[in-house]
Write a protein that binds this ligand. Sequence first.
Ligand code: SAM
Length: 332
Amino acid sequence: MTTSSHASALIDPFGRQVEYVRLSVTDKCNMRCFYCIPQGFTDFEEPQNWLTFEEIERFIAAFASLGVRRLRLTGGEPLVRRNLPELAANLSAIDGIEDLSLSTNAALLRQHAGALKQAGISRINVSLDSLDPERFRQVTRGDLEQVLDGLMEARRVGLSPVKINMVAMKGVNDSEFEAMVDFCLENDFTLRLIETMPVGNTGRDATDRFMDLREVRARLARRYELIPDVMHGGGPARYVRIGGTELRIGFITPISQHFCETCNRVRISVDGTLYLCLGQEDKVEFRPMLRDGASHEELRDAIIRALALKPERHEFRERPEQVIRIMSQTGG
Ligand code: SAM
C-alpha cells in the first residue's frame, strides 16, 4: 500500500492538519521595504529555476487531492510575474481548491484587478504601512498614489474582503494606527497589524522597531470599542470589531503570542522548494521531481513524506539569528 491511499493525509507529527498553501510565484519585487529585501540585492532566483505554470498546477493539484482547500498567491510581488491571471484561472479550476487569494503591494493592481477577479481570485491582502506619501516612500521605495489607485480598483471590481496589512513599527508608523483605522472605515477595508519578524538580516535589523501588538491593542481600546470577533480566512490573526461598525482589526502576533499550535499551512517558493515553517529551515525541493515527470501519485507520496518534517514551532524569540532567507524568498 502506498501512503497515497490514505484519505486525510496531511496531518503533521503534531496532529495539525495542513489545508493551506502559500505559493510564491516570484521572489522579485517592485518595492524595497527596508525590513524585507536589502537595498541593492541582486541574488534573485534564475528564471530557468522558476516553476512553470504547468509545474505549479501539477504540484497544487497533488496538494488539493490531499485536502488542501486554500491557496494564496504571494511573492516577492506576485503581480510582476507575467500572465498571473492565466495561472490564477487554472489554479482556481483545480478540483478541491475552494479559496484562491492574493497578497500584493498593489502597485500594479489597478491594471490587473479586473482580470484577477475574473480568474477566480476572491479576496486580497494589500501591504500598506503608511498613508503619508513621503513616509511610504522611505519605507518601501514605492509610490503611495499607485497603491491607493490599485486599492480603489480592487474595491470597484468587487474583490472582497480587501485586507490591509500594516507592519507596526516603533518610530516609523506608530503615529498612524488611528489614521489607518479611519481609512479602513471609510473604504470598507479590513485592517491587520503585524509584528516585525527576524526573517533575514533586514528583518532582524528591523526588530529594533518591534512593537508588541498587545500594547497597540490597548491603545486602540482607549479610543474605540473593541469587540472580539472572528473572520473567515484561515490565517492566524486574532480579530476585534469596532463597536457600531463593520470594521474588523486583526492582530498578527508571531512574536508576542505565537500561534504555531494552530498552524495549518506550508509554503512553496518560486523554485519549487516546500518550506514547512516560515521560521525554520526544514524544506524539501520538489523541482527535480516535477521536471523528471513524477506522476500524481509520486507527488502525493512525496508531499506526505515531507509533512513529517514540519517543526513544532518557529523560534523567532529564542533564536532570532535562525532564518537566513528574507521574506520575499520564502513567500511572505
Ligand atoms: N508583495 C506582497 C505584499 O506586499 O503583500 C507579498 C509578499 S510580502 C513579503 C508579504 C508580507 O510580508 C507583507 O505584508 C510584508 O510587509 C511582510 N513582511 C516582509 N518582511 C517582514 C518582516 N521582516 N516582518 C514582518 N512582516 C514582513
